[in-house]
Design a protein around this ligand. Structure first.
Ligand code: SAH
Length: 465
């Protein structure tokens, strides 16, 4: 017979309750408790809490429990800013003071560098937090649906589901969305426009996308629809264009049965088909489909740090790998001789080229393709003569491909600036680079997503002479 998990002489079963101390936090922001040696993960619990929990699921070495009641709150516990914080899938750490969120994120980077990277001494600089860790996002995508009474609702998905939590207010989105949502709902009610229903694949309005340029104050509202057009568009336009800053009112067409929010085609109803915004001195055109960092305040700090670490004096050849729409490339081009960007999404490269043009930058060139293919190929074609002074990488969570790291080592740049959104893969890649001629000189966290468990890190590696 399969033997279960035993605690205090009794088998632990689903729905059993325990009073536990939360002794640690996982990298995804869940609380960790121990029953003897047995580890329990408790969502919404905070290190320092003493809590009553009920068992949800047990595995051989660990289990999951639900937070039922806080017996003694952690000294770091605060009242969440949103009334729906626990239900909503957006934020995981709103119940933790911001000061402690920063400590948690700094420790997460340090732990990964020590445990995975094997670094003993880490040249860690203080994490860059926000003065105001709320209302920082410049982009929101609100699903549209109906409640039990048949009223139109907009809000966010509850964690791990597609149930819409009816809320027009979100504490991390730019202020002003409440009014925009209200106007769209008014239009839908007046013109009898149905929200989309995922189950039956009927109805019209799926999502409302809003974007705002933090420096320009320009606003975009885009309705994502299961159809080619909306009835009485002028009614919607009349309502929305009265909002100060309104620059673009548009439709995005998505008739697929899919979890993907945006379709490939769009249509402008009023105004321009993009808004503009700045990061530092660089201007970007942002359309509904463009990738653009969602926290422009922290993005500026992150890129300034990358630029400071690169320490350019104008003569350098720089490669920016995983360049997206060329955000970092254009930032660095202001101080370098020549920048080359590589990115796998061709539309992003089109945007990068366009952004270079609108900023009058002529020393940045962009290539479409996988960084681990483009760079090794170009290096081989040059018979090993292709050189770089600085290589910047900003990969997705899975980190850099080995073929890319190998080519970086062969190209032997003086500096590598690594921008990372996952400290674990960062640590793995730094270990490799430091075993192959580099030294970790500077490390700095940047909190791009306050109230979530995510953290960005910038590192400087220099070639050992
Ligand atoms: N540096 C940019 C984007 C970073 S996000 C910015 O700050 O805005 C990581 C980028 O890597 C994404 O744009 C993604 O499309 C791209 N990407 C993912 N895998 C890639 C690969 N194998 N080669 C090149 N780019 C890749």
């Amino acid at each position: 017979m399969k033997k279960g998990i035993v605690y205090n002489g009794k088998e632990i079963k689903k729905n059993d309750t325990f009073i536990v101390n939360i002794v640690d936090m996982t990298t995804e922001g869940e609380g960790v408790a121990k029953l003897d040696g047995y580890t329990l993960f408790v969502k919404d619990a905070l290190v320092g809490d003493c809590a009553k929990v009920s068992i949800m699921k047990t595995k051989k070495n660990y289990g999951y429990a639900r937070l039922l009641e806080i017996m003694t709150p952690s000294p770091y516990r605060v009242e969440p800013a949103c009334s729906v914080a626990r239900k909503c899938g957006g934020c995981q750490l709103q119940h933790c003071s911001y000061a402690h969120q920063l400590v948690y994120k700094q420790d997460k980077i340090l732990n990964c560098l020590m445990r995975i990277g094997g670094f003993a001494e880490i040249p860690m600089e203080p994490i860059m937090g926000m003065e105001e860790p709320f209302y920082y996002r410049n982009k929101a995508q609100f699903p549209v649906g109906k409640n039990k009474d048949g009223e139109i609702i907009t809000g966010f998905y509850a964690g791990r589901t597609h149930d819409i939590i009816d809320t027009s207010h979100c504490a991390i989105q730019a202020k002003g969305n409440d009014k925009l949502l209200q106007l769209v709902k008014e239009y839908m009610t007046e013109c009898k426009v149905e929200p989309y229903c995922e189950k039956t694949h009927t109805g019209l309005v799926r999502h409302i996308l809003t974007r705002v340029g933090f420096s320009t104050k320009e606003i975009m509202v885009c309705l994502i629809i299961n159809g080619n057009e909306i009835p009485n568009p002028q009614v919607l336009v009349e309502k929305l264009k009265s909002i100060s800053g309104m620059t673009s009112i548009c439709l995005n067409i998505n008739k697929e049965r899919t979890n993907r929010i945006l379709g490939d085609k769009g249509k402008t109803l009023w105004g321009k088909d993009y808004i503009e915004d700045y990061i530092g001195n660089i201007k970007y055109q942002i359309s509904p489909l463009s990738f653009y960092q969602v926290n422009p305040i922290q993005t500026t700090r992150l890129y300034e740090t990358a630029l400071e670490y690169a320490d350019l004096d104008g003569d350098e050849i720089v490669w920016d790998l995983y360049c997206g729409i060329g955000t970092i490339s254009l930032f660095l081009a202001q101080k370098a001789k020549q920048v080359y960007g590589v990115e796998i999404v061709s539309q992003a490269i089109e945007d990068a080229k366009q952004n270079a043009v609108i900023n009058g930058i002529s020393n940045a060139e962009f290539f479409v393709g996988a960084a681990e293919e483009v760079l090794p190929k170009k290096y081989e074609e040059s018979k090993g003569t292709m050189a770089a002074d600085v290589i910047v990488v900003d990969p997705p969570r899975k980190g850099c491909h080995m073929a890319l790291l190998d080519t970086i080592v062969k190209m032997n740049p003086k500096k590598v600036v690594y921008v990372s959104c996952d400290p674990a893969t960062l640590a793995r890649d730094l270990k490799y680079l430091c075993e192959n001629g580099y030294e970790l000189k500077r490390v700095r966290g940047c909190d791009m997503f306050p109230n979530s468990f995510h953290v960005e890190t910038v590192c400087l590696l220099t070639r050992i002479k």
